[in-house]
Design a protein around this ligand. Structure first.
Ligand code: A3P
Length: 300
């Protein structure tokens, strides 16, 4: 297996490079009209990044081909400088920060204090917009498992049975899915947070993309909206070298093990979970998500 040693911040496992740059990341200076895309890993980060860029570029495919998605929407956790918006309209600062939340779920007041502690404070101070995408836990787990198999910067996931426990225990990079999703869900009405679901975007992309457009304060034509729907489909993004990570070296991501654009479906968990695992997971889920009125679609 790979010898990747993760590090911890406030009980949450992170990649060593993130922890090593922690003070720089924390001192990131957000501007009031910055938009931060926030996701738990494998929830559809790349998808929403491409959607946001397509809206910004008013559906101009060539402009969206100007660079790979990781450069158009740099991850704040990699401490790369922000990309100024070419249109000058909306400054998409940094994308893809996976919010940290406490590993022991406290009351919502202290939890929000904790969240504010761990995100670069300037995002809160400037009342920035947050675009959060949530994906159901089971599909996230499956996607993350395959991602850890092919990504040499992440620990080997072990067998599926082993990974099942690792994921439930939140012993993965960016911590527990439960804490992450719950934390943002509880914050959503207190800040400018657009809370989206992967499954909704899959079911009715135009409707969800329109919401994103409105949240960004942009207005694109119906025909452009239709084009964005087409261009951000799984099939298109899988073929697109600017989104499919094909430019990433094989020593970092080995796509012969598993594609970055793997399946892009809702319900692939059914091909991985045994009946016993599914029952156990549902019970754990009920306990961990108790008191949260969040509802995930598990199949389309
Ligand atoms: P699967 O592994 O289930 O296929 P992230 O970008 O957060 O790392 O998430 C990656 C997951 O989103 C992968 O899930 C990937 O296939 C899926 N994905 C990426 N682009 C997509 C799209 N346009 N439509 C649907 N799913 C997409």
């Amino acid at each position: 297996g790979k010898q990747i040693k993760l590090k911890e911040v406030e009980g949450t496992l992170l990649q060593p490079a993130t922890v090593d740059n922690w003070s720089q990341i924390q001192s990131f200076e957000a501007k009031p009209d910055d938009l931060l895309i926030c996701t738990y890993p494998k929830a559809g980060t790349t998808w929403i990044q491409e959607i946001v860029d397509m809206i910004e570029q008013n559906g101009d495919v060539e402009k969206c081909q100007r660079a790979i998605i990781q450069h158009r929407h740099p991850f704040i956790e990699w401490a790369r400088p922000p990309q100024p918006s070419e249109t000058g309209f909306h400054h998409v600062a940094q994308a893809g920060l996976k919010l940290l939340s406490s590993s022991n779920p406290p009351a919502s007041i202290s939890q929000s204090a904790k969240i504010i502690d761990l995100l670069p404070p300037s995002f809160w101070e400037n009342n920035c917009k947050f675009l959060y995408v949530a994906r159901n836990a089971k599909d996230c787990m499956v996607s993350y498992y395959h991602f850890q198999r092919m990504n040499h910067m992440l620990p080997d996931p072990g067998t599926w049975e082993e990974y099942f426990e690792t994921f439930i225990d939140g012993k993965v990079v960016w911590g527990s899915w439960f804490d992450h999703v719950k934390g943002w869900w509880e914050m959503k009405d207190r800040h400018q947070i657009l809370f989206l679901f992967y499954e909704d975007i899959k079911r009715d992309p135009k409707h969800e993309i329109r919401k994103v457009m409105q949240f960004m304060g942009k207005n694109v034509d119906e025909t452009v909206l239709d084009k964005i729907v087409q261009e951000t489909s799984f099939e298109k993004m899988k073929e697109n070298p600017m989104t499919n990570r094909s430019t990433v070296s094989k020593s970092i991501m080995d796509q012969s093990i598993s594609s970055f654009m793997r399946k892009g479906t809702v319900g692939d968990w059914k091909n991985h979970f045994t009946v016993a695992q599914n029952e156990r997971f549902d019970e754990i889920y009920r306990k961990k998500m108790e008191g949260t009125a969040i509802n995930f679609c598990m199949e389309l």
